[in-house]
Ligand binder design. Structure first.
Ligand SMILES: [Zn+2]
Length: 408
């Protein structure tokens, strides 16, 4: 079976994660895909396959004879889809030998090359789109399908391999995919997430991330008798924002540039509150950003009195680079496997965080590999069958390299 055929089956199972349910998994439907995958993993020869109480699918494929000393290689993808668009009643549409023209859906929406220039690169491939009413769920059911197809190839072609550990997680899209991931039970020495991005993309650097809350305490008196007494907290908040570097915000930065992003504000005369997220690839740059917020607050406290501005900063996640660095073979081999699959590897910094970044800090170094998909989290999501085939080849290349590699 080709990977895209699996994707079409998985895409039709409703697994939209929920930001509000508070349950694990966050949505009941995730169990349906988890159970199906567990059954299929057993059919593909898994020595162990289970669904955990939190809906994580874990499977192990023991090393074949002679490969017992190879490191245990982990492969990870997520089963849920983003809550940003509907993932219910997904009807994937195949456009064989895609001609590069605009695709007009029945509801009038247009997937067009004007708006999405990458489409011209897909000419001649089998393009898989939605019907314009839901997302496709290639993020990340394409990753699931590609891992499953690689395992199927191992079984049907009797390919030798080291110990393989597979995990399909729930709730990645709501940032919880790593929360209840049992790293020791998973048992891998290192792993790859197969999630998002075009095929050939390799990601092992992401933002350092923190959240900052600044509380401003003013003095509220009747405006008629306020002279020399009133301190307006809302205006203190505006003064604080004005002291941050004007161009270091998401709308003016790209690639490896960091930023401060004002995510929320509320204010009255007596009290005001600003909420920010702070992002930076560089550890020192990240610390400097946090320090700058403290410095501005201190300056305001000197000016208006102690306790006027209170800063609370909470770290959220860190750049996985420092965890990957001792295991650069993960990146070198991914590049090699990509080239062997006939593609030029592209290393991209992730302007966000990934479950792999979290897992890397939980002791499981986990860079990410692209799946071949585009326009995630919305109705214009698409992928091609050929790109998925290439992703499978890359996985098989890595499995082959790690059965030979004995050092960890
Ligand atoms: Zn994803």
């Amino acid at each position: 079976m080709r990977a895209y055929e699996r994707l079409i089956t998985y895409a039709q199972i409703h697994t939209t994660s929920s930001e509000t349910s508070g349950t694990h998994p966050s949505f009941e439907g995730e169990w349906d895909l988890a159970k199906l995958l567990c059954t299929q993993l057993k059919e593909l020869g898994a020595n162990e396959a289970t669904v955990s109480e939190y809906c994580y699918v874990y499977a192990k494929f023991a090393a074949t004879e002679g490969c017992e000393d190879a490191p245990a290689l982990g492969l990870i993808a997520h089963m849920d889809t983003a809550p940003d668009a509907s993932g219910k009643d997904v009807r994937p549409i195949l456009h064989e030998n895609y001609d590069g023209e605009d695709i007009v859906f029945a509801n009038g929406k247009v997937l067009g090359a004007g708006e999405f220039p990458f489409l011209k690169d897909l000419v001649g491939e089998t393009l898989i789109t939605t019907d314009g009413t839901t997302l496709l769920g290639a993020d990340d059911k394409a990753g699931v399908a590609e891992i499953m197809t690689a395992l199927e190839r191992i079984q049907t072609e009797n390919l030798p391999h080291g110990s393989l550990c597979v995990c399909f997680t729930p709730d990645e899209e709501i940032g919880e995919g790593a929360d209840l991931f049992d790293v020791p039970f998973f048992g891998a020495d290192f792993a790859y997430t197969v999630d998002g991005g075009d095929v050939g993309e390799i990601e092992y650097e992401n933002f350092n991330a923190a959240e900052a809350v600044i509380l401003f305490h003013g003095k509220s008196v009747h405006p008629g008798t306020a002279k020399d007494v009133m301190v307006n907290a809302s205006k203190l908040a505006m003064e604080f924002q004005a002291m941050l570097p004007e161009d270091e915000c998401p709308e003016k930065t790209e690639e490896k540039e960091g930023f401060f992003h004002l995510t929320r504000m509320e204010g009255r005369t007596a009290e005001a509150k600003l909420q920010y997220i702070i992002r930076d690839f560089d550890e020192e740059g990240f610390e400097n950003r946090k320090h700058l917020m403290e410095t501005i607050a201190n300056r305001m406290n000197d000016k208006y009195g102690a306790g006027t501005a209170e800063v609370t900063i909470r770290d959220q996640y860190k750049n996985m680079l420092e965890q990957i660095r001792p295991h650069m073979h993960l990146i070198e081999n991914a590049k090699k496997a990509t080239e062997e699959a006939g593609l030029a590897p592209v290393v991209v910094p992730i302007r966000g965080g990934t479950d792999g970044a979290r897992l890397s800090f939980m002791g499981l170094p986990t860079p990410n590999l692209g799946t071949g998909g585009f326009n995630f989290h919305g109705e214009y999501e698409c992928i091609t069958a050929e790109r998925m085939d290439r992703a499978v080849e890359i996985l098989l290349g890595l499995i082959r390299m790690y059965r030979e590699k004995q050092d960890r």
